[in-house]
Design a protein around this ligand. Structure first.
Ligand SMILES: Cc1cc2nc3c(=O)[nH]c(=O)nc-3n(C[C@H](O)[C@H](O)[C@H](O)COP(=O)(O)OP(=O)(O)OC[C@H]3O[C@@H](n4cnc5c(N)ncnc54)[C@H](O)[C@@H]3O)c2cc1C
Length: 342
């Protein structure tokens, strides 16, 4: 049974709770609400269930392993509920993005979660009792302006993810580069030699996949993540990535350079010139340099609903993960984001 609706116009609706985002966090939150016996809620997504995962490059796989540890009372690391396991459903230890999206849709179907896809939330307005055309009799809650009409909701759970918006303004000339998040299949990226800027998970994943396709690769990162050591997996490369890195290095076609990038320029007829920080010189690239330098989190879209820490620029939340400014709740599914919020 499938409760996911591709949106026709919502026009105007009212829910106790609206969850924005049908990714891992949104689906997990939906199950939590269902377990609490709540029915008056709606999950909306601008695309489809597991949209972020469906847009991963074809070769990219989960770095966190899945294992059917549920039988021993331990959660599968990649599960979003206590009773499901991607390892069991997908028979894969390191699922691809498409496989994981299938798992999320399976969970949504199992719990018959109320989901409306194709609904892009443009604006969230806290209702204060005054001048609310669609909710004149309300004095609390939120009015959501969406691509399909407006939704009045007493509570809003923000589960819109941290990997939606590639950060394309890192240094002068970064607009000439190719962001790794825009690649659907590494096999379709033309060229035999590549420079990758950024050497954390995304950068090394790109490097390993290009090496597997027989290419030559240089990775630039001034923090040399491949040399770092920590028991906190959010600070260092995962074991899965380190193992693959060793294999890629053995080909002799991968160079890891401890160097930061100051700027990138196009050079008529020959490609790109990469100027390194600290007067370390320049590098030439014949193919578009690949940016693996991260994302702008979706919280920027609701910055006005949050209070930000003055120095470290993270949102200040209550113990219940609610904004200290409004009653919007955050649902996070990622250990790195959790750490950043500490
Ligand atoms: C290179 C890389 C490797 C990774 N490897 C792993 C890994 O091995 N293990 C792991 O646990 N995680 C991994 N992650 C992180 C993983 O992608 C995130 O943990 C996960 O996507 C977070 O889930 P989420 O539900 O918070 O966000 P998402 O899955 O991004 O879901 C957000 C949803 O919100 C929707 N949305 C956004 N804005 C709006 C809006 N305004 N209106 C309506 N809908 C909206 C989107 O369409 C999307 O479906 C990796 C990420 C990257 C980039």
């Amino acid at each position: 049974m499938n409760n996911t609706n591709q949106s026709s116009a919502i026009q105007q609706s009212e829910n106790l709770i609206t969850i924005i985002g049908a990714g891992a966090a949104g689906i997990g939150m939906g199950v939590a609400l269902s377990d609490l016996g709540l029915t008056d809620y709606l999950i909306v997504d601008r695309h489809e269930v597991g949209a972020s995962f469906l847009r991963w490059p074809q070769q990219m796989r989960f770095i966190s392993p899945s294992f059917t540890s549920n039988a021993f009372g331990l959660l599968d690391l990649n599960a979003v509920t206590y009773t499901t396991s991607p390892a069991y459903s997908l028979q894969s230890e390191h699922p691809t993005g498409a496989e994981y999206a299938r798992y999320l849709q399976g969970v949504a179907d199992l719990y018959q979660l109320p989901i409306q896809t194709g609904v892009d939330v443009h604006k969230i307005q806290p209702v204060d009792g005054d001048h609310q055309p669609c909710a004149p009799d309300r004095n609390q809650g939120f009015l959501l302006e969406t691509s399909q009409g407006s939704i009045y909701s007493h509570f809003v759970i923000w589960a819109a993810g941290e990997f939606q918006y590639p950060n394309l303004e890192i240094f002068p000339g970064s607009e000439h580069c190719l962001h790794n998040a825009t690649v659907q299949d590494w096999a379709n990226v033309p060229g035999d030699e590549f420079v990758i800027i950024g050497g954390y998970e995304s950068g090394i994943d790109a490097a390993v996949n290009l090496i597997n396709l027989g290419k030559r690769v240089k990775v630039l990162d001034d923090t040399a993540p491949w040399d770092l050591s920590s028991p906190d997996p959010s600070l260092v490369l995962s074991t899965y990535t380190m193992q693959r890195l060793v294999t890629a290095q053995a080909t002799g076609r991968l160079e890891l350079l401890t160097a930061g990038v100051e700027s990138v320029q196009t050079v008529e007829g020959s490609g790109y010139e990469i100027t390194l920080l600290d007067e370390d010189g320049t590098l030439q690239a014949h193919t578009r340099p690949i940016l693996a330098t991260g994302f702008i989190g979706s919280l920027d879209r609701i910055a006005n609903l949050l209070t930000w820490h003055p120095q470290s620029y993270h949102a200040l939340l209550t113990a219940e993960d609610e904004s200290i400014r409004t009653q919007i709740k955050m649902a996070r599914y990622e250990y790195r984001n959790y750490r950043l919020a500490q």
